[in-house]
Design a protein around this ligand. Structure first.
Ligand SMILES: [Zn+2]
Length: 216
């Protein structure tokens, strides 16, 4: 899932309006920011296997550290703890940890049964990705709802806050469209490096735009 993870981050603005959108993006993407690093390091394994599910050409052979429910909960708790240590806002820290767990829930809905409960534990997945149309419909609906919640929770301070917000949302939809329509990636290394770089760029963009908005 791609847009769905950003949707939860946007929606979380309603619960934690003072947390930066960049921080919310990072929390919602946390497993997918850790995952490419572990794949590149040979710790976790994925294969380019078009047709594994209808939606993605990737087969997730093993990702117990980045994507099991228990470890995702731990990543989220650690992320929330660091945020609390820096900002002293307990509620925001809880929202950030919950966002990481929301990532697991959305992946559980999307993936075929390859998402572990804990490292070495049973693997689950509802397989929304078996339907391309269903996946796109669910992700677009989530994304629209998340954007609406973020818009109702914040307001622009200046033009960058207004148009940057719109531009970022359009940019995310364009990346998604490119993902859906492009041929399978050339290699897992390419997927990994693009994943890390892309994730960090989006977090930085969101943090920058967020500084030009304020709680409504
Ligand atoms: Zn994921």
């Amino acid at each position: 899932m791609f847009l769905g993870h950003f949707a939860t981050a946007y929606a979380a603005k309603r619960l934690a309006p003072r947390a930066s959108l960049g921080t919310l993006f990072a929390a919602a993407q946390l497993p997918d920011i850790v995952w490419p690093v572990l794949v590149a390091g040979g710790v976790e394994k994925a294969t380019i296997a078009p047709g594994d599910t209808a939606f993605t050409p990737l087969r997730f052979d093993s990702y117990p550290i980045s994507h099991s429910l228990v470890t995702v909960g731990a990543w989220g708790a650690a992320f929330g703890a660091v945020h609390f240590w820096r900002k002293r806002r307990f509620r925001d820290a809880v929202v950030l940890a919950a966002l990481a767990v929301s990532h697991w829930i959305l992946d559980f809905v999307s993936h075929r049964p390859d998402v572990p409960l804990w490292p070495g534990g049973p693997k689950l997945g509802l397989g929304l990705w078996n339907s391309v149309a269903g996946t796109i419909a669910v992700e677009l609906a989530l994304f629209a709802a998340g954007l609406w919640l973020a818009l109702s929770a914040t307001r622009a301070r200046d033009r960058l806050g207004r148009w940057g917000f719109v531009g970022l949302a359009v940019f995310l939809v364009l990346i998604y469209a490119a993902n859906v329509t492009s041929p399978p990636p050339p290699s897992m290394e390419a997927v990994a490096w693009l994943g890390v770089a892309g994730g960090l760029v989006l977090v930085a963009l969101a943090a920058w735009i967020d500084r030009h908005r304020e709680p409504a």
